[in-house]
Design a protein around this ligand. Structure first.
Ligand SMILES: [Zn+2]
Length: 157
């Protein structure tokens, strides 16, 4: 298991575009943006218009926080002080199960896994978990492997 993240060394300041997203994580909801005109979903939430129809009439979609590991990288050199005691850790891209659209569009999010590299493979199911930080206004989503898959694939050295 990776070491803990030292959240006291991160300064997260929700802004106009992200305040509601951080409100969501505090309630253990993983939100993505959703267009109120065509239903398209996307992440991160900072882009203020729909990429499909250009509408700025946008809201939020509360995902179930479940997906499939699409890709990953193992971080061994911490760049930010908060992660000095965390390395090595895995950053994954997760394709959300309930954000697939009829035209094949998918929504992918990135996150730090709670699993070691030895437990990780592309194609495995993941689910979000929430970590309290030293700031009561900030609850951080992380991801963990939640099961097995018939077909999965790992990077080899
Ligand atoms: Zn749209």
């Amino acid at each position: 298991m990776p070491g803990p993240i030292d959240y006291s060394k991160l300064r997260i300041i929700p802004d106009f575009d992200t305040r509601e997203w951080w409100d969501g994580t505090r309630q253990h909801k993983y939100l993505v943006r959703q267009c109120k005109q065509c239903g398209h979903k996307w992440f991160p939430p900072t882009f203020p218009a729909c990429g499909k129809c250009a509408s700025m009439d946008i809201g939020w979609f509360a995902t179930a926080g479940k997906g499939v590991l699409y890709s990953y990288v193992v971080v061994v050199q911490p760049i930010v002080g908060a992660f000095v005691g965390t390395v090595p850790y895995v950053v994954a891209i997760i394709e959300l199960d309930d954000c697939k659209e009829a035209d094949g569009a998918v929504t992918r999010v990135a996150g730090v896994l709670t699993n070691d590299e030895s437990e990780v493979a592309i194609g495995l199911p993941c689910e979000v978990v929430y970590e309290e930080t030293n700031d009561p206004k900030i609850v951080m989503p992380r991801w963990r492997i939640s099961g097995s898959a018939e077909h999965s694939w790992k990077f080899r050295e």
